[in-house]
Design a protein around this ligand. Structure first.
Ligand SMILES: Cc1cc2nc3c(=O)[nH]c(=O)nc-3n(C[C@H](O)[C@H](O)[C@H](O)COP(=O)(O)O)c2cc1C
Length: 206
């Protein structure tokens, strides 16, 4: 095991506080660990996993966020079954988070609009794809319209992408932290109520 592995802080309360602090940091900076994770939904053919960028976390209300396109298949899957799962792993710290919860799709509401306004110009491009994300294309393409060249690409023009933008909120009902360490692995599970209150905190056998 790597000597750089992170030692768990003392006690369940401290582990939970550290978990949320790390998620908040990951959601706030592309340089921080836990900036990307794996998001799982339930599709017609079974589980569906994909990498997404963590765009925010709020330990006080037990919510985490990512951004996506309203036309992407994961949105239809979440409409059929709002249960969602995440994993995030920091290789350097040898620390894994797993989270489960309910998805809330923000599209064309105040929250989506606020997050769209905070989305930098370059990150807005993908929301201009002509055909829905994940649809089959007869040619190899990034999916963006040819007229979307650098000259047309202004903040004003980018606003057209807002119609496809979704801020996907996960209300966390369970959060698990697994610290891998040569001195002994540690695993902790926290359960949350609908109001975000921590209902239980338990050690698990790693
Ligand atoms: C590093 C990385 C970050 C990604 N971030 C996102 C993201 O934040 N939102 C998103 O919808 N897709 C993101 N993707 C693409 C997804 O992994 C996936 O291919 C896409 O969302 C289509 O998934 P779906 O067909 O299940 O909707 C990312 C992929 C990679 C490799």
């Amino acid at each position: 095991m790597s000597g750089d592995a992170r030692l768990p802080p003392d006690g369940l309360d401290a582990i939970e506080a550290e978990a949320w602090a790390l998620l908040e940091a990951g959601g706030g900076s592309f340089r921080a660990p836990f900036h990307a994770g794996t998001l799982g939904t339930i599709g017609d053919d079974g589980p569906n996993l994909r990498t997404v960028i963590l765009r925010g976390a709020d330990g006080a209300s037990r919510r985490i966020w990512c951004h996506t396109d309203i036309r992407s298949p994961k949105i239809a899957e979440l409409a059929a079954d709002s249960r969602i799962a995440w994993t995030l792993y920091d290789e350097a710290a040898r620390l894994q988070f797993r989270a489960w919860g309910r998805a809330i799709v923000h599209h064309d509401d105040d929250i989506a609009r606020a997050r769209w306004q905070a989305t930098v110009l370059n990150s807005r491009r993908i929301y201009h794809a002509v055909a829905p994300p994940s649809s089959i294309s007869p040619i190899a393409t990034g999916g963006l319209p040819p007229e979307l060249d650098d000259e047309r690409w202004t903040a004003e023009f980018s606003e057209r992408g807002a119609a496809n933008f979704v801020a996907l909120e996960t209300r966390i009902t369970r959060l698990e932290a697994l610290y891998l360490h040569h001195a002994g692995h540690r695993r902790a599970l926290f359960r949350y109520g609908d109001d975000g209150a921590c209902l239980t905190a338990d050690w698990l056998i790693p």
